[in-house]
Design a protein. Structure first.
Length: 91
């Protein structure tokens, strides 16, 4: 697995994820691996908000701030050691 992130600076990795929710799991794995080797202290995911998806009638399989937050707060909270900030884009 490549640990190349979309953006990386000062121990912060940023992933921009707007295509499909399944791609966020790849991002989580990259964050975990990078954190475990001391490359990052924080992961950031930039994605859509539910409001943006609804407003533009986009495919519901797109990632949203709300879906990612639910994953991280419920299912994945005990297995992801790195803090992850989620930024939602809307217009």
């Amino acid at each position: 697995m490549s640990l190349k992130h979309d953006l990386y600076k000062n121990h912060i990795a940023i992933e921009v994820e707007t295509s499909h929710i399944v791609h966020t799991y790849k991002d989580y794995l990259k964050f975990i691996a990078s954190y475990n080797i001391g490359k990052i202290d924080l992961g950031i995911i930039i994605t859509w908000t539910k409001q943006h998806i609804t407003k533009h009638n986009l495919d519901p399989s797109k990632p949203t701030l709300e879906k990612i937050r639910k994953d991280l707060e419920n299912v994945l909270k005990t297995i992801i050691p790195v803090p992850i900030l989620i930024i939602g884009i809307e217009d």
